[in-house]
Design a protein around this ligand. Structure first.
Ligand code: IVH
Length: 675
């Protein structure tokens, strides 16, 4: 077979495959593969067609836009075609695009570009006549879309009547999308109802927009960004794309704030680099950056290819979803006995790193996602967020795969697992489970607690498995001679370990209390207890009520602390620590300044220097309030690692100041918001 024949054959295979994916994506709203894999197929087809131009046909997917309209909604013929965008996958391709533009413009470089976010939703065209919304349509195949007027009318962002001085006719083009907060809320409700979860916001938005019943669409809380015009009659004369944004805004249409007019390709690349990171702070998904030539006269002279404008390009950001094989589902046991299911994956590069394991959160989530060992699954990793399995690719499920069953026994100690009423987590109730023992000791020696240098996880593991450590009290009677004889230990490392352990005896009582891993006792609560009672004996003798009376503490903490010290096994540990000569005296009591009197500080995400309980105590002990959600009354939102999308978007909506950890610490001290 000749090279040409092979190419012709491959072109046919690719076209069939792409057509199948187009249908799955646009019509069935159930994509079979992630966008990145789809892009690869299209890329391969484009390359083959470029090499063999005679193979190009008018109906090749490279010449068509998107889907064929289905019959369920009335067809709408677009008066101006709704085009797609060409893609650039790296900086070179973007520079090449700009160079090509310059060549078409008689060697003159484009003087200004507009960089915009590429929202991961679906394109619609909304037509207003004399300021009234008259029709809304999906893109469909670019020429003919579907009439979704009734559904688009339910979107709160979309005005029924335009403000200001609207042109006689104006077609507004933009993206319908589902915010991350609304997506999460929807999935939480699905899990609550024992239903399957939705895979991603885009497909959920697409499904919502194509509902027969507009009340269902309304219940999904879709949003909209406008970014382009179709047919326009009347209205002001526009000369640049950024003036289009001004016009859209003046008419009361939602225009995203994250666009920027720039003058060079380097600045375009800088914008892209910025949003490769900043995308994770946005309350909605984006999948790229769109760059458009700002001058409308230049846009006109550049024109269109069969599929896309020459004056715009989409830079695809690295995909945060990939498919891979789910090899197995296992469970891990945490220091507190919590049992967490996780996926063992065929390693896959996603969201900037290779991922071999991904969390499945808890039993209900595995059930709602219905992922089974052997499935091809979609894995998502966004920024620093831990990778998770979002769902199976059902079309690729091998026959006969059985649903995964949550284990009934602890994988470490074989104790029967329990799931306390109202809790999402299963747990191993065996306090002596070796995994829990290891976890507690690791916590005790860690930074923020007793901070014993050189006492890492592997050493804890070793000493526990050698039977030298059964609880944290044993740390202070370790047999260093025996350790010295063990493999991997020289005299220096033994001496260093011994002196690090010795030094830890002088740590403040608050650190020790934190290190004991009493439920609800973070480092600030530990300090508060130490300061409030002056020494360990007073604390151990205190009643629940006496503990609850301490400023910054409450009945839940008090109950937990009291219960811990009532446990004979725990008292035995304390006896060992006492015998070893640890510092059991608290600091001199001093009053905490009431810097946050009357302030409401909401915290979202993890902070480095505070546990969840600490944050609450730090705020409350200074007279502030810290409810679980953002409202008009919120003074500031403290944003840590992996903040909740709903709090972020609410704070953004209400214009509530957002603080990082350093600014929060400042606020605690001064009671003033940073300038
Ligand atoms: S402009 C003629 N701007 O990306 C140019 N499109 O891959 C029309 N999209 O169909 C598109 N954000 O659904 C444009 N800021 C943005 C966009 C955007 C998302 C979508 C749109 C389009 C697709 C092309």
């Amino acid at each position: 077979m000749t090279n040409h024949d092979e190419a012709a054959e491959r072109v046919q295979v690719l076209r069939d495959e792409i057509a199948q994916h187009n249908y799955a994506y646009h019509d069935a709203d159930a994509p079979l593969i992630p966008d990145s894999a789809y892009d690869k197929l299209v890329r391969e087809l484009q390359d083959l067609e470029a090499e063999h131009p005679d193979l190009v046909t008018a109906d090749s997917p490279t010449q068509l836009v998107g889907a064929t309209p289905t019959t369920s909604f009335a067809p709408v013929t677009h008066r101006q075609r709704m085009m797609s965008l060409d893609n650039a996958f790296d900086a070179d391709e973007l520079r090449e695009w700009a160079a090509k533009l310059a060549r078409s413009l008689d060697g003159q470089a484009v003087p200004a570009y507009v960089c915009e976010l590429k929202f991961d939703g679906l394109a619609v065209s909304i037509r207003y006549e004399n300021g009234e919304l008259v029709q809304a349509a999906t893109r469909g195949n670019g020429k003919v879309g579907e009439d979704v007027t009734h559904n688009v009318r339910t979107i709160a962002d979309v005005p029924q009547t335009l403000k200001g001085d609207p042109p006689a006719v104006i077609e507004v083009r933009g993206e319908v999308y589902l915010s991350l907060a609304n997506f999460e809320a929807l999935n939480a409700a699905q899990i609550e109802a024992g239903e399957k979860t939705y895979v991603n916001p885009r497909n959920t938005a697409a499904g919502a927009l194509r509902q027969k019943d507009p009340t269902v669409t309304a219940s999904r809380n879709l949003s909209f960004w406008s970014y382009q015009l179709g047919e326009v009659e009347g209205g002001p004369e526009l000369t640049t794309h950024h003036e289009t944004f001004e016009l859209l805004k003046s008419l009361g249409l939602p225009v995203n704030d994250h666009s920027r007019v720039v003058s060079t390709v380097d600045e375009v690349l800088a914008f892209i680099a910025e949003y490769e990171t900043a995308r994770h702070d946005l309350p909605y998904d984006i999948d790229g950056i769109v760059t458009k030539v700002d001058s409308l006269a230049m846009q006109n002279s550049l024109g269109f290819t069969a599929k896309a404008p020459r004056w715009a390009i989409a830079y695809k950001l690295p995909p945060e979803e990939q498919t891979t094989t789910l090899l197995d589902i296992e469970v891990s046991v945490g220091a507190g006995g919590q049992v967490t299911p996780f996926a063992r994956l065929d390693p896959v590069f996603v969201g900037g790193s290779t991922v071999g394991t991904a969390t499945l959160h808890n039993q209900d989530q595995v059930k709602a996602k219905d992922v089974r060992p052997g499935d091809t699954v979609i894995v998502r990793k966004a920024g620093d967020v831990i990778p998770e399995v979002v769902g199976p690719v059902l079309s690729e499920r091998p026959k006969g795969l059985k649903p995964w069953v949550f284990p009934t026994e602890c994988p470490v100690c074989s104790t029967k697992l329990i799931r306390p009423e109202g809790e999402a987590r299963n747990r191993c109730p065996n306090y002596q489970c070796p995994q829990q023992v290891r976890g507690r000791i690791e916590h005790f020696v860690s930074r923020g607690a007793m901070d014993i240098e050189g006492f890492g996880e592997s050493r804890v593991d070793l000493f526990v498995s050698e039977g030298m450590l059964a609880d944290v009290g044993d740390i202070y009677s370790l047999d260093f001679e025996r350790i010295g004889a063990m493999e991997g230990f020289g005299q220096t490392s033994v001496d260093n370990l011994a002196s690090a352990i010795e030094i830890s005896k002088e740590r403040p009582l608050g650190n020790m209390l934190f290190g004991l891993r009493i439920q609800h006792v973070g480092s600030t609560v530990g300090e508060t207890l130490a300061a409030g009672f002056g020494n360990l004996d007073n604390l151990m003798a205190a009643s629940v009520e006496q503990i609850a009376e301490i400023e910054g503490l409450g009945p839940i903490i008090a109950e937990s602390v009291h219960r811990w010290f009532a446990e004979p096994a725990n008292v035995a540990v304390i006896d060992k620590l006492r015998a070893a000569g640890l510092n059991l005296e608290g600091p001199e009591v001093e009053d905490v300044a009431q810097t946050l009197e009357g302030l409401v500080v909401v915290v979202s995400g993890g902070l480095e220097g505070f546990s969840r309980d600490d944050v609450q105590t730090a705020i409350k002990s200074r007279g502030g309030k810290s409810p679980g959600s953002v409202s008009k009354k919120t003074t500031a939102l403290v944003v840590g690692e992996n903040p909740g999308a709903s709090k972020l978007s609410k704070a953004e909506e209400l214009g509530i100041p957002q603080l990082d950890e350093a600014q929060f610490v400042e606020l605690l001290a001064s009671g003033k918001l940073p300038e």
